[in-house]
Design a protein around this ligand. Structure first.
Ligand code: THG
Length: 669
């Protein structure tokens, strides 16, 4: 367990110093407050522009100034710029996309001017540049990630030039949109040569999930590797509905936590949204978040007023955030849920079937662009108990980036498991990353082309850092696939050093694949390969603590007939897990439980794996003989309808057989 990410490129900031040492209090609602200000169409610059709050920064700067001033006067530490809908894409709805930079800069300047008027050494104030989610849903394909990121970059440039102290990426309902905003802000900071912290906040609906169904654990796992400075929640509900999410962040987030709720759940009264939570209630909840869960940033979202924030300041100003001891869990996420790399009672299964080179069904579906069947192959693997799916569309003569774009777009919403992007081409991985909001794994990086700028290694690790993905590292260097243990370990250590020191990845972002050659060729030079692989797995686990391991199991049996393959794969898998393997790429439906492998089959497989030949005994020949007449080990299931329910359930467990399991469980209940 790593308790904190390496201090890689972290910014120096008085805002962060404050967040790390005390309670910091944001302002209240912008939108709902401005709605109460009795503004007319003229105030916005005409009837077509009415409701575009960002315009008020130029048409009625006095209103915006007064608004900021009201919160600073009662003692708020941070005010947000009037730029929530200020990206070109959102402004385009009013036909003023071209004013994004200008409006963001002016809004920031106004807030900075007012904040500086209030700031003293004893009570510093900060301006947070607000970047809302906009109205387009990237994960659903309403807009391209790259277009969204560029639009955020332009907005962020304006905010930076206007003098903001931090970015607040807020009200995000979509993790892909959140990544676009974070990376847009980073691009702007690089261009400006000035770095400020990023506070990233998601919105959990009354359902307990983000809009597309994202759990808080999935959001945390996708956001953590983006190296933002503060993580938090705002909008959609009042504080009461946020408690469980705050508890989760409190236990698991390595970043400081912000909580900016609405003034309760809204009700509609006379066609208007009304927020009923009392000021004292908001303050009481915040006090609990601070004292019990160690939250250090609080404030108010929709419906919260100057009076509400006054109550929060009165109650919370001098509280001390509870000490936290967060336990970070490394893992991947789909759009929906989190999958830890460390499986308590099992091993992490990566489905291999969504591979154009490894499954005829998937290949044929891909070549005929039958995307529904491609997606179905992904879903089927989950039904066969895969925790993640490995997606490889590399196929000679096809445009891999285009194919990945199509496939990843569908998988992102329709396949509930996180995705492993398997390609030799970084641009194919990138096409996938730009479609997937969850945390993916890049498969893979290696040292085949060395480690110079522009090498594949450089490009893959750069992508991993930018999108917050994990990376499978293959033990291949300039001389090829490492064959003996010492060579494998040399490559592993080199990859580890480069990934962590040069690219700022951390050990738990790395999954080492010790690679194995087929044992089925009988080639003398390959006979000891499986053993070298298992030895390397053991050594990686001890010499590179925090890293995980994986292996493409089916490689070991290429060339054998299916029945023999399934048994050899299964026996090899058990040996590897014994050696400490954390995850494997395989066809879960073809792994044979040990109880169904005969002693003779098992012995011969082990002899092959451990190269136990004698002058008159060759395990490979023996294996071929044993399976000469066996078509498939997948035996026809006997009729169990007259079995007792206990026996049926026992058979499900012993054979790892899910067919009819739900019915039998319902029956037993
Ligand atoms: N390490 C990592 N990634 C990998 C591999 C690895 N990705 C690709 C591959 N190796 C793992 N995936 C597969 C997928 C399918 C098969 C083997 C490995 C396979 N398929 C059968 C065949 O080709 O005979 C089934 C064919 C079919 O159903 O049509 O064996 O090692 N990091």
């Amino acid at each position: 367990m790593y308790r904190s990410r390496p201090m890689f490129g972290r910014v120096v900031s008085s805002y962060l110093d404050a967040v790390n040492s005390r309670v910091v209090i944001f302002d209240g609602a912008t939108g709902t407050t401005l709605q109460q200000a009795n503004l007319t169409a003229d105030d916005f610059g005409g009837p077509d522009l009415e409701g575009c709050n960002e315009l008020l920064s130029v048409t009625r700067p006095d209103v915006i100034e007064t608004f900021h001033d009201s919160f600073l006067t009662i003692g708020c530490d941070v005010v947000e710029t009037n730029t929530f809908g200020g990206s070109s894409i959102t402004l385009a709805e009013y036909g003023i996309a071209d004013r994004a930079y200008e409006l963001s800069k002016i809004s920031a300047e106004i807030a900075v001017r007012v904040a500086r008027d209030h700031a003293t050494t004893a009570h510093p104030r900060w301006v947070a540049g607000s970047m809302g989610p906009g109205t387009k849903f990237a994960s659903l394909g309403h807009i391209r990630y790259s277009e969204l990121r560029d639009s955020y970059e332009e907005q962020a440039r304006g905010l930076l030039d206007g003098g903001i102290d931090l970015f607040i990426v807020e009200t995000q309902f979509d993790l892909l949109g959140l990544k676009a905003a974070v990376n847009g802000a980073r691009a702007a900071m690089r261009a400006a040569g000035r770095s400020v912290p990023i506070q990233a906040q998601v919105t959990m609906e009354v359902t307990g999930r983000m809009l597309p169904g994202t759990e808080i654990g999935a959001a945390l796992a996708a956001i953590d590797p983006l190296d933002v400075d503060v993580i938090g929640l705002n909008c959609a509900t009042g504080p009461a509905e946020m408690v469980e999410h705050v508890r989760h962040l409190s236990r698991h987030s390595r970043m400081p936590i912000s909580v900016i709720p609405n003034a309760g759940l809204p009700s509609v009264v006379d066609g208007e949204m009304q927020y009923d939570l009392k000021s004292e209630e908001l303050a009481r909840h915040h006090a609990e978040f601070i004292s019990e869960f160690g939250v250090s940033v609080v404030g108010g979202c929709c419906g919260t007023t100057v009076d509400d924030l006054k109550a929060v300041i009165d109650v919370c100003r001098d509280l001390e955030p509870a000490e936290r001891d967060p336990v970070h869990e490394a893992g991947a996420t789909s759009m929906y849920s989190f999958v830890p790399f460390k499986q308590d009672t099992s091993m992490l299964i990566i489905g291999e079937r969504t591979n154009a080179n490894g499954s005829r069904k998937f290949r044929e579906a891909l070549l005929s662009e039958d995307w529904d069947t491609c997606t179905q192959v992904g879903k089927d693997q989950i039904a066969e108990s895969a925790h993640l799916v490995d997606v490889c569309v590399d196929y000679v003569g096809r445009d891999g980036a285009l194919d990945m774009d199509e496939v990843a777009h569908r998988f992102a919403t329709q396949v509930a498991a996180p995705i492993v992007l398997d390609s030799t081409e970084p641009e194919v991985m990138e096409a996938g990353l730009e479609r997937i909001g969850g945390r993916s794994i890049l498969n893979s990086a290696n040292l085949e082309e060395g480690d110079a700028p522009g090498s594949r290694l450089d490009r893959v690790l750069t992508l991993a850092k930018e999108h917050g993905a994990a990376v499978i590292c293959l033990l291949i260097d300039e001389d090829g696939q490492a064959r003996d243990v010492e060579w494998k370990m040399r490559v592993a250590h080199r990859l580890f050093e480069i990934a962590t020191n040069r690219y700022g990845l951390e050990p738990s972002d790395l999954i080492f694949d010790a690679l194995t050659f087929p044992l089925s060729t009988g080639g003398d030079d390959l006979r000891r390969d499986a053993m070298a692989t298992m030895e390397a797995i053991k050594r990686i686990k001890t010499e590179l603590p925090g890293c995980a391991t994986t292996l493409g199991i089916s490689n070991v049996s290429f060339g054998l007939k299916p029945a023999a393959r399934h048994v050899l794969n299964s026996v090899f898998l058990y040996e590897c897990v014994d050696a400490g393997l954390d995850s494997a790429i395989l066809h879960a439906g073809r792994i044979v439980p040990m109880s169904q492998i005969t002693d003779e089959q098992r012995r011969v497989c082990l002899d092959l794996i451990y190269d136990r030949r004698t002058d008159d005994y060759d395990p490979l020949t023996e294996l071929l003989e044993i399976f000469a007449d066996v078509q498939s080990v997948k035996k026809v299931r006997e009729d169990r309808s007259d079995w007792s329910i206990e026996d049926r359930l026992a058979a499900h467990i012993i054979e790892g057989d899910r067919e009819g399991l739900t019915d039998d469980l319902d029956h037993a209940l």
